[in-house]
Ligand binder design. Structure first.
Ligand code: B12
Ligand code: SF4
Length: 496
């Protein structure tokens, strides 16, 4: 079958709505889609992948007309769901016979809700990992058979009265042996050098990404996870290194971002990974995300020796009560120590924080700002709590607060969720105070100026200086700019 997998077209302001959009946009190869495309190809089908990061909606439709696919799968996350709707609607207009499906984080969380507004245009929805489920569905479609029983899929059947019945075949099989699936089909997207993370968040380019484990060993209140488990699945270090070699030697990566939710979930596995990276002599530098409870100084030292230059530690709050509400299962002390150990080992640390935690007061938010300044990592971000379908937060929303705005504001900066203990304006105000307090410190500025050595450092300084000016003069940078729902004929939010 001819299959097409599409990341809908988006522009910076769709994903990042505040006045800082241009400083925050990252461009990464769409890993999940490349995994699905590789599995479809391995099953013997023709596959094309379109990445809407760099092409317009019209380009996508033109390529759909040219390729004339039997099956089109469109990616969807929560805030960009409007872009997915627009894409699916237009594809059906190109040819009603194309079998249209959606997959990705939003469909996984929202399940049959995704058919709202797409009753006539959407044929099925994948509700989990796609590598097994999609080829299984294609096998049936190829033979003209029903999709009944294909795990990880919701399909529709027309009833006698013309309305639809949605049939949920239950969860997708969990891929236990991650070494058994093909590597992401990088040859189907743009060359790696076209994809750039935000300035200051990488050391060398091109930057490639690898997922060496899936899942997390914790289950935070707000976090979206494909399988609602506290279980991690690891690839073997040998398998990861095989992909790293391909990424470096064939695609030219000089830096690798491990996209794992928690790279340090298994101490011995991390030690083994460090050993393999060091011995491989591939010479790439790398960056990971980590929970504070997985880090100590000896491990940080091993990571640094193997080329790890930066680590994100999901600190989230400087107030223990709020960490407990988030079910973070970390302590303020653990976070402080993890940052200290990483810094001591020579690794740059990035710590994101969240404002608008259920039960959080404005004063507690200010304590978090104080904590961020005291711990003094390399860089920080101050987010707002995002309510994603599929998270415990969203499932019990009335208990914790209220939803505001439309779905495109359910991201990390628009305070689409407001706790009972604060107003939305207070959450925005906290972000403003926090950015100013952290980034306007003379100590921080001088360290950046005198620490600049490479071309990339100077580029970061330039972008940083522009953001810095924003902090001084552009008051509206932190003000809610409104959603991008205007892209569609209707502003109606499908989910709420
Ligand atoms: C890397 C990453 C990014 C990168 C790159 C994104 C990209 N273009 O690939 C950057 C930094 C740019 C980014 C940005 C954003 N991200 Co992001 N990101 C991630 C991260 C850490 C890894 C993604 C990944 O590769 N996962 C691993 C693969 C294997 O899983 P997957 O992508 O879900 O794909 C599997 C299934 O979903 C399914 N599938 C996926 N797509 C499709 C499509 C079809 C047709 C089918 C059938 C199946 C299918 O099969 C895949 C293979 O099993 C995830 C967290 C996570 N662990 O997933 C967050 C995550 C996806 N991001 C998230 C969000 C919210 C965003 C932003 C909107 C943030 C913001 N601005 O507020 C932006 C959106 C930008 C954009 N244009 O989409 C949320 C989405 C939550 C939700 N429910 O919608 C996540 C889950 C993080 C979280 N837990 O909060 N992100
Ligand atoms: S530690 Fe991070 S990845 Fe794990 S559940 Fe919490 S927020 Fe999600």
């Amino acid at each position: 079958m001819r299959c097409m997998i599409i990341f809908p077209s988006w522009v910076c302001a769709d994903g990042f709505l505040s006045g800082f959009a241009e400083f925050q946009a990252h461009y990464w190869q769409p890993t999940g889609l490349m995994y699905v495309a590789a599995a479809i190809r391995e099953a013997g089908h023709d596959v094309k992948l379109l990445d809407g990061a760099f092409i317009t909606h019209e380009d996508i439709l033109k390529q759909v007309r040219e390729f004339d696919p039997h099956f089109v799968g469109v990616y969807g996350n929560t805030p960009l769901w409007f872009n997915t709707i627009k894409t699916v609607k237009s594809i059906k207009k190109v040819n009603r016979d194309i079998f249209t499906v959606v997959g990705g984080p939003y469909p996984i969380g929202a399940k049959s809700e995704v058919f709202k507004g797409l009753e006539d245009e959407l044929d099925a929805c994948f509700t989990g990992e796609g590598e097994i489920a999609v080829p299984n569905a294609l096998k049936r479609l190829e033979k003209g058979e029903s999709l009944k029983g294909v795990k990880g899929l919701i399909y529709k059947e027309k009833k006698e009265d013309g309305s639809y019945e949605y049939i949920d075949n239950g969860p997708a099989p969990i891929i236990r042996d991650l070494d058994s699936i093909p590597f992401p089909a990088r040859d189907l997207v743009f060359p790696l050098k076209k994809y750039m993370p935000a300035a200051g968040t990488y050391k060398k380019s091109p930057v490639g990404s690898i997922i060496s484990s899936r899942g997390c060993n914790n289950r935070c209140l707000y976090c979206f996870q494909i399988h609602n488990l506290t279980e991690m699945r690891f690839r073997s270090p040998g398998n990861v290194m095989e992909e790293a070699e391909e990424l470096v030697l064939k695609h030219g990566a000089k830096e690798i971002r491990f996209l794992d939710d928690n790279f340090v979930g298994d101490y011995k596995w991390v030690e083994e990974m460090c050993k393999c990276i060091k011995e491989s002599k591939l010479g790439f530098v790398w960056y990971v995300s980590a929970r504070a409870d997985g880090i100590d100084y000896p491990l940080a030292k091993k990571m640094k020796d193997a080329g790890c230059w930066a680590t994100l530690v999901g600190v989230e709050s400087g107030v223990q009560k709020n960490l407990d509400t988030l079910r973070k299962n970390t302590t303020v002390e653990q976070n402080r120590k993890a940052v200290k150990d990483l810094k001591k080992a020579g690794i740059k640390v990035y710590t994101p924080y969240i404002f608008g935690i259920p039960g959080e007061t404005f004063e507690e938010g200010l304590e978090t700002v104080k904590f961020a300044v005291e711990v003094d990592p390399y860089y920080v971000n101050f987010h707002t709590l995002a309510p994603f379908p599929g998270s415990d937060l969203m499932d019990n929303i009335e208990e914790y607060g209220t939803l505001v705005g439309d779905q495109s504001e359910f991201n990390f900066e628009m305070a689409g969720f407001v706790p009972h203990t604060m107003t939305r304006d207070e959450v925005f105000k906290l972000r403003e105070i926090a950015f100013r307090k952290f980034y306007r410190r003379p100590k921080f500025i001088l360290r950046r100026i005198f620490g600049a050595r490479t071309k990339n450092d100077f580029k970061t300084l330039y972008v940083g200086a522009k953001s810095f000016l924003n902090l001084f003069v552009k008051k509206e940078a932190f003000v809610h700019k409104g959603s991008q729902g205007y892209h569609l004929e209707t502003k109606e939010t499908p989910f709420i």
